[in-house]
Design a protein around this ligand. Structure first.
Ligand code: BES
Ligand code: MN
Ligand code: ZN
Length: 500
């Protein structure tokens, strides 16, 4: 989508979008248009009883005096409650409206966004973000246009008093929008295209944006003793990889915030094979790793003054004569042994070594891991929130707050000794599967055994990474969940400084 920022002038073609708060009179710019058309706009407002309630819309064919095609008036609801998240949703709404009109470009006037608690620059930037996210579509494998599916937006022109200021406000959110869309691409790619080797190659490209990328192959992981992670990829024809992405935007002496992601590019379940129905969904079992990669990319692109390291374990979980068997015992990098009860509880095996490696190598100030770890989290929280688990109350509060701000809420679930003992094994230090009751919690307890004292949060995102229906900010499909959450979390910890 091409973005243009121009000084407020009456556009000569296409669709013009105006905003109006609930129960308010028209903004100055809208009044000019009304005056230029002998009051057609106010007549339509009266005739259609447009009140400016949130997402109310009035669509009119532009009066003959104007060379425009249409004017669309959109309601903000109560201006005092119209905030950044409201602006994102409004941006999404604009896309849905344009799709219904089968139009591929529009001009929006930001004049109607003045006098809200946030600046119109911030609101506009968020509106553009929402529009870009809602406009996204993964259509690269459609070789023919689809009947009844409107095209995507080609161009959005933003009319404002100070184009440079608005453009500057949009820039950091632009890198965020791009990364969310990149994450959706990765998550949508099928397992035959995105596998550990091809995925690692793509992440290696981050070096272009100033990210230090290191890729550990199976031999290096073997040398480090990563028997847990390696056991998962053993049945696959693809080589497992551990990809380390470092963004050093702050001074070298500052320990990084570490993010660890589960990157199972396809989870067949292995020898404990999953049922056929729905197995195709297991291509998105790498969503946690995609979120981590997307976050690093977004921070690098906006040159954030932060030190962050992302570590992703990329593996494919397949059955074969080389695959792990139920009952196998493996030794993790930490030295702790694990009895594999169920080869489908593979994510925690990948994370165990990735977490241990991360804390030992980078001495981070905290670690956040993110993973499509358990179906149980959907039982707990449905598709509305991700579940979090933490050994540190302050950190958990920070992530919860970031989730609220970013519009990607999380809910904390327990970690305690009572659940920890459920992970004990009769024959090894622990087992990878403690049964279905509280499976999300026992999975988190398992992970906790690989983080020592470092402040740590585990985020289980099975419920939130894939939408079955269209939403405000995403079509059905990959949601790109987590990038905005983690970006906000990093912003909150570091403040807003951006190194130019
Ligand atoms: N990748 C799955 C979790 C998952 C489920 C992701 C549905 C996306 C959609 C994970 O590896 C898994 O298989 N979890 C099992 C663990 C069980 C065998 C202990 C689960 O939660 O059912
Ligand atoms: Mn599994
Ligand atoms: Zn899995």
């Amino acid at each position: 989508m091409q973005l243009n920022f121009v000084f407020s002038n009456l556009p000569s073609e296409g669709i013009l979008i105006l905003f109006c708060g609930e129960g308010e009179t028209l903004s100055d710019f809208a009044q000019t248009i009304d005056a230029a058309t002998n009051g057609q706009l106010t007549r339509a407002i009266t005739a259609e009883q447009f009140k400016g309630k949130k997402h109310d819309q009035l669509i009119l064919t532009a009066p003959a005096e104007l060379s425009l095609k249409r004017i669309v008036l959109l309601g903000l609801g109560d201006r005092n409650e119209f905030d950044a998240l409201g602006a994102q949703k409004l941006g999404g709404k604009i896309i849905v409206t344009l799709q219904s009109l089968d139009d591929s470009s529009a001009t929006i006037s930001t004049d109607g966004l003045n006098n809200c608690p946030s600046t119109s620059a911030e609101l506009t930037a968020n509106l553009v973000l929402g529009a870009q996210l809602r406009d996204y579509r993964f259509d690269k494998y459609h070789t023919k246009p689809r009947e009844g599916k409107p095209g995507r937006l080609n161009a959005l022109t933003v009319l404002c008093d100070d184009p440079q200021q608005i453009e500057d406000a949009c820039a950091p959110l632009q890198s965020l929008a791009d990364s969310v869309c990149q994450v959706r691409d990765w998550v949508s790619e099928p397992g035959n295209i995105l596998h550990p080797e091809s995925y690692a190659d793509q992440l290696n490209e981050f070096t272009k944006d100033g990210v230090e990328v290191e890729i550990l192959d199976e031999a290096s992981m073997e040398a480090l003793g990563m028997g847990a992670l390696l056991s998962v990829g053993r049945g696959s024809a693809r080589q497992s990889k551990l990809v380390v992405m470092r963004w050093q935007g702050d001074t070298a002496d500052q320990p990084p915030i570490a993010f660890v992601g589960k990157g199972v590019t396809f989870d067949s379940g292995g020898i404990s094979i999953k049922p056929a129905a729905g197995m195709q969904d297991m291509k998105y079992d790498m969503a946690g790793s995609a979120t981590v990669a997307g976050l690093i990319q977004s921070l690098a692109k906006r040159k954030a003054a932060v030190n962050v390291v992302g570590v992703v374990g990329l593996v494919e979980n397949m059955p074969s004569n080389n695959a792990s068997r139920p009952g196998d015992i493996v030794t993790s990098m930490s030295g702790q042994t694990i009895e594999i009860i169920n080869t489908d509880a593979e994510g925690r095996l990948v994370l165990a070594d990735a977490l241990w490696y991360t804390q030992a190598t980078f001495k981070p100030r905290c670690i956040v891991d993110i993973a499509t770890l358990t179906g149980g989290i959907v039982t707990s929280l449905a598709h509305e929130m991700a579940g979090i688990f933490s050994n540190n109350d302050t950190l958990a509060e920070q992530l919860i707050a970031a989730g609220t701000t970013a519009g990607e809420p999380v809910w904390r679930l327990p970690l305690t000794k009572i659940y920890d003992r459920l992970v004990d094994s009769d024959i090894a230090d622990m087992k990878n599967h403690a049964g279905i009751p509280a499976s999300s919690i026992t999975a988190a307890q398992f992970l906790q055994r690989f983080v020592n004292e470092v402040p740590w949060i585990h985020i289980d995102i099975v419920g939130t990474v894939w939408r079955k229906e269209d939403g405000d900010l995403a079509e059905k499909g990959a949601s790109g969940y987590g990038v905005r959450l983690l970006d906000q979390f990093v912003r909150d910890i570091y403040g807003q400084e951006v190194r130019k």
